[in-house]
Structure formats: structure tokens, C-alpha cells
Ligand binder design. Structure first.
Ligand code: C5P
Length: 235
């Protein structure tokens, strides 16, 4: 069966049900807009388990998501949405591009979380965009942007204490949203160590894709450690 869509880390297939899609998590890791690429046996399975778990945590907190269920080691069923071409990034601690852009030291704790929008366009390198840019591009209305910002802050309000209890700082993360055929906006895509920065509270150890981006450790060992720290089991 041909995928409906193939991204860097996942393939998307239709199912017998019109409103339901099947996601298959790949073992591939990419960074820097696809410039750095490698395959890690077991990554797809770990990210499928982790992202399914985080979506369940959010659903339990009444946050509407596309997630239906994990159906196998690498697969999950989700509701069909049209992805809004924005990456919604929430930051609690300065790191990565924010540190570079503003010259603020990595690790500086933000008094209030910051929400940023990036335009999802590989050919442009996913640029940071203002609300005026988003209006200009007709990607979303002001009301929709208010909703995205509010919903992203709600996700942070659930996940930040969830990780904190496990001795992990949720530094920053990226979310994507989609619209159902009836116009409902749902949290979509994935939430995984590919899309979050997670630092051990005591040691500062990176428990996320920065180990791959920065060549500072084994991606699989790191994701497995995170999975174990969150109480994961492979049943
Ligand atoms: O690179 P930057 O500091 O802007 O990344 C902020 C957060 O968004 C990080 O957790 C990173 O993993 C995530 N991100 C992502 N996909 C992108 C860009 C950033 O998951 N294309």
C-alpha cells in the first residue's frame, strides 16, 4: 500500500475508515532540516510507545488530540486531520535556536513560558513567523492563533509537572495542530524525544534528540533510558 504521506520520521496510511489514518513510525532520525540523517534500529518502536503515552496523559487531562490507539510496536491509529502548517514551540528554559537568536545562555529559566510559531516549509527552513506573517500567508485567523497559543500553554501545564515528578525538566517542545473535516482543531503529529528537549534535573543529562544533533551520546540508549525513567514496560 502506498503511503498517503511520508515524512522524515513517519509514514501515514489511509484505513477502511474514512476519518481514521494509520501512522507507522520509522527508525530514521534527521536533524538540521534533513541535512543529517541516520537509522537507529528500535527508534520507531520507542517513539511510538512514548508518543502514545504522552497523548494518553494529555487526553486524560481533557486535551483534544488526534490519537486513537497504539495498535502494534510501530503503528498507531489517529483521526484524520489537515495539518495547519505551523510548528508551535513552547519554551520553559532557554536552549537551541532561542539561545542563538537572542544570545541568552542555554539553561536560563524563563519567568513565563514563551510560545513561538514557525512556518512549516522545508524549502524556507521553517522560519520563525510573527502573527502578521501568519495573517499575510492566510495560514490561520487571529482567533485560531489565540486558540493554538492557549492550547499549547495547556499542554505545557500538563507535561511540565508530569516530567518534573520524574526528575526531568521539560525545556522546550514543538507541537503541530490539525483540523478535522468538521473544523475541530486537534493536537496532532507526535510528542517524543525527537520533538522535546528533556534534561535530567540533577545532572543536566540530555534525554532527547540533541544527543544525535550534537553527537554527544547514543540515541537509542538515551530514548530507552527516558522510556525506563517514565516507568515504561514493553508489554
Ligand atoms: O531548534 P529549536 O531550539 O527552535 O527547537 C525548539 C524545540 O522544538 C526543540 O524541543 C526541538 O526538538 C523542537 N523542534 C522540532 N522540530 C523542528 C524544530 C524544532 O521538533 N523542526
Amino acid at each position: 500500500m502506498q503511503p498517503l504521506y511520508e515524512g522524515k520520521a513517519k509514514r501515514l496510511y489511509t484505513t477502511q475508515e474514512q476519518d481514521v489514518l494509520r501512522i507507522v513510525y520509522k527508525d530514521e532520525a534527521t536533524a538540521f532540516n534533513g541535512e543529517k540523517k541516520a537509522e537507529f534500529a528500535g527508534k520507531g518502536e520507542l517513539n511510538n510507545r512514548l508518543t502514545s503515552h504522552f497523548f494518553e496523559v494529555l487526553e486524560a487531562a481533557d486535551i483534544p488530540t488526534h490519537f486513537i490507539e497504539r495498535i502494534s510496536e510501530r503503528e498507531q491509529l489517529v483521526r484524520r486531520v489537515t495539518i495547519i502548517p505551523l510548528e508551535v514551540v513552547v519554551r520553559n528554559v532557554v536552549a537551541g535556536s532561542l539561545s542563538k537568536r537572542l544570545g541568552i545562555e542555554e539553561g536560563t529559566v524563563l519567568e513565563t513560558p514563551i510560545v513561538e510559531f514557525y512556518y512549516k516549509d522545508d524549502s524556507l527552513g521553517d522560519p520563525l513567523v510573527t502573527r502578521a506573517h501568519i495573517n499575510l500567508l492566510k495560514i490561520a485567523t487571529t482567533e485560531e492563533l489565540d486558540l493554538l497559543e492557549q492550547e499549547a500553554n495547556r499542554v505545557n501545564a500538563v507535561l511540565r509537572p508530569y516530567f518534573d515528578e520524574k526528575g526531568i525538566t521539560l525545556v522546550d517542545f514543538k507541537l503541530e495542530y490539525g483540523k478535522t473535516p468538521t473544523g475541530e482543531i486537534l493536537l496532532a503529529d507526535e510528542i517524543s524525544p525527537d520533538t522535546c528537549r528533556l534534561w535530567d534535573k540533577e545532572t543536566g543529562e540530555h534525554l532527547d534528540k540533541d544527543v544525535f544533533r550534537r553527537n554527544i551520546g547514543s540515541l537509542i540508549d538515551t530514548y530507552q533510558t527516558l522510556f525506563n525513567r517514565l516507568g515504561g514496560n514493553t508489554q
